[in-house]
Design a protein around this ligand. Sequence first.
Ligand code: ATP
Length: 474
Amino acid sequence: MLRKLPGDHTRDLVSTVPTQVVFRPVVVPTPAIVTILVALFRALAGVVRTVWRHPVACLAAAVPAGLCLLYGWRTGLLTPVAVLSGLTGWRFTHPASFSRWVGLRLRAWWVLVWVYRRHWQPVMVVSGLAKHIGGREYLPRLLKVTCTPTADMVAVKMLAGQSADAWQERADNLAHGFARPQCRVTVGSPGRVVLTFPRRDVLATPIPALPIPSVPVVASVPIGLREDGAPYLLKLHGTHVLVAGATGAGKGSWLWSAVRGLLPAAAAGLVELWALDPKRMELSYGRSLFGPRYAADPADCADLLEAAVTIMQGRADRYAGVQRTHVPTVDDPFVVVLVDEVAFLTAYQTDRKLKERTLAALATLTTQGRAVGIAIVAALQDPRKEVLSIRNLFPDKIALRLDEPSQVDLVLGDGARDRGALADQISSYPQVGAGVGYVRLEADPEPVRVRAAYVTDTDILAMVRCYAGTGEAR
Ligand SMILES: Nc1ncnc2c1ncn2[C@@H]1O[C@H](COP(=O)(O)OP(=O)(O)OP(=O)(O)O)[C@@H](O)[C@H]1O
């Protein structure tokens, strides 16, 4: 109407204020039969849609109703009673499968209706994700809610032309709007985002040291848990990992969890664990696991790194034109060089020559080592470029508790904090926050929140008792 007669629209104006123009709706007289037919069609479409979307719920209502009509209310009542008793029995005998097939689905339906759909319009409008154009309101579409044991996942179709960044910037508004502690926004398929609202933090309490793998594992090592409760495996073979975190952030638990996971492979000769421990306070505790490949003095550390470079070059010469990737074997084991507080060897090293040797060896290993089976796992307190100029040579990064918001992007790369990596907000209370961090892998820009298991001194002593001598030169 307005498009056909552009001059007419002022006739329908009800009020204008500087920020808002309100139109009186245009009333078109319609014959009653048309209105009735439209209403009937809508009702029918609604019934078909409901049956299509919720077949089980419809069946659950239809069967007792049908039995009631055919055989009376006593028989009709029998079905829901039998179903309820069955469900109760299932709930108590197999809680895990009940939760997966029934509990979480019921919960998803309930939070869809009671939380997300009920508050959708006001939250979208107030957070600025809805749009008003020509007096009409356009809302992003709430597609589906699924529940995991720890979080609600809300799939959303964005408005045409909207970007995921706009949602990431309003993650805080969404969390408060739906009364959830946090909201993380991830990109689904084009035009869609998934909002993850954690209900309970599975990472809020320390995770005891994980069992030592029963078989040698090399590629991905069990480290701890992800925020969705799934086990977290850290890929080490074919990459290098930088773990950055303020003092007391729990960097040690990442290093020790990696060592613990690799011990069977080291015992089988498929992995060599090398340790550089300039502070002498971390890896020295399990020193006998590393045999002669342990160094604490900066000069010894530089020697050890150069020895790794020599191995790397030897392998590169042998592999050239023969093989392009490394396969761990007893003759060519996967070499994992653990470096605690790498800044002691680089930025804080006063001997310039030593510092240059160390940096050159680290840079050579991080640029050329992964294809020939050498990985560096380095821990660092201060992530500034002046402290570790080669930090970008580490493909995979982990940000544990950091002191300032700006440090998050320094560690994980631009935009990581906007994508939900709130490493500066991790609790400094060790019980709650030590070992917790955000992981950003080379292959995936979405940061994942993870907690490393806590390998205590007692666990390390037990590891030493079982595996001492593992690192002796073969
Ligand atoms: N994964 C963990 N879960 C629970 N508590 C932990 C964990 N990791 C470490 N802690 C606790 O936090 C304290 C500090 O840990 P840790 O020494 O590993 O930190 P750090 O980051 O290496 O600190 P620094 O850089 O000062 O050496 C430990 O003494 C321990 O009590």
